[in-house]
Design a protein around this ligand. Structure first.
Ligand code: 13P
Ligand code: SF4
Length: 313
């Protein structure tokens, strides 16, 4: 088995050969984050890619994220770092289900969480992320909103807006399984710590937290905070960056089950294989790409978050 040093050298050579930029989501393995040019949330990464002069984007994350990168960067070849890395939340809605819900909720605008397939985004009015959901919903003229596919994020947004939010019953298993009792226990063990959770967590968990934040919002919040310790309610990969950025602060997970199996499918080996064989190319039919781009562009016109973090080499 190759060691990390050899794999990193091979990746560096392949990057030169392909004229590639490597981007990694905040939930990726530590060693994958370490070889990336940029680390961030899905949208930050896709947008970051539009600003670099690269022929190839190697996206270390899950499929819907690489699809967004391909939609925003049609002149680049986008390679997904592991062909089987999907998002079970995104898979909880298919096009027939969306069409049936749209019929049932006729007159409602469809707001689609970025964690969804290109096909689903193409049939939505506007996209949102976990960072800008409230802003996006409030920007829409219609009072009735069909929010897909994440129930918990939709519910969280509904507590912050006067709009009528119709919830679709999808969820992310990593966040949905967190329990209020676990938060209470973590608080008992670390009474001085601030509790920061992702808005994909259930409402009872969010109710016990000090803040509900997207992954990149969590990174910015912790950096700016005068608190010294934090209980984190999101995928454990975020701890790598939290520790790097804040070496003097302490971080605890709510439970030891905060692992997204698909995010962990990417390894240095899968990156080498993907680049060597130029495999897992993400392709989106042009008519779908244009429709998705419209939904993403509408979101960007309302909310333009800060850029992904450039990894210090
Ligand atoms: P962020 O957009 O907050 O990075 O979250 C992505 C995700 O997959 C959450 O589970
Ligand atoms: Fe999907 Fe949840 Fe994994 Fe995020 S953590 S990629 S929402 S399954």
């Amino acid at each position: 088995m190759n060691n990390f040093k050899q794999l990193k050298e091979r990746i560096a050579r392949l990057k030169e050969e392909l004229g590639a930029v490597i981007v990694a989501h905040n939930y990726q393995r530590a060693e994958v984050q370490d070889i990336a040019d940029f680390v961030g949330d899905s949208l930050e990464l896709s947008r970051q890619c539009t600003e670099v002069d690269a022929k190839t984007i190697v996206f270390c994350g899950v499929r819907f994220m690489a699809e967004t990168a391909a939609i925003l960067n049609p002149h680049c070849t986008v390679l997904l770092s592991e062909g089987n890395a999907g998002c079970p939340l995104a898979d909880m809605i298919n096009i027939n289900e969306l069409r049936a819900w749209k019929q049932r909720c006729s007159g409602a605008s469809v707001v689609c969480y970025i964690n969804s397939s290109a096909e689903i985004k193409a049939e939505s009015d506007i996209c949102c992320t976990s960072a800008n959901g409230v802003q996006i919903v409030d920007s829409i003229p219609s009072n009735d909103i069909l929010f897909i596919p994440d129930l918990n994020l939709g519910h969280y947004i509904s507590t912050k807006t006067k709009k009528n939010i119709i919830l679709y019953p999808g969820f992310c298993y990593v966040h949905h399984r967190l329990k209020p009792e676990q938060v209470k226990l973590a608080r008992k063990l670390h009474p001085e710590a601030q509790v920061l959770v992702h808005p994909e967590c259930p409402p009872e968990v969010i109710a016990l937290a000090d803040a509900a934040l997207s992954t990149s919002q969590t990174l910015r919040f912790v950096k700016a905070s005068s608190h010294q310790s934090f209980i984190i309610g999101t995928e454990e990969g975020l701890l790598h960056r939290l520790h790097l950025d804040n070496p003097d602060k302490s971080f605890y997970l709510i439970s030891n089950g905060q692992i997204c199996i698909d995010m962990k499918k990417t390894t240095l080996e899968t990156i080498v294989q993907t680049m060597e064989l130029k495999q897992n190319i993400v392709t989106i039919p042009e008519e779908v790409r244009l429709k998705v781009k419209q939904a993403v562009d509408r979101m960007l016109a309302v909310s333009y978050e800060v850029k992904a973090t450039e990894v210090a080499k």
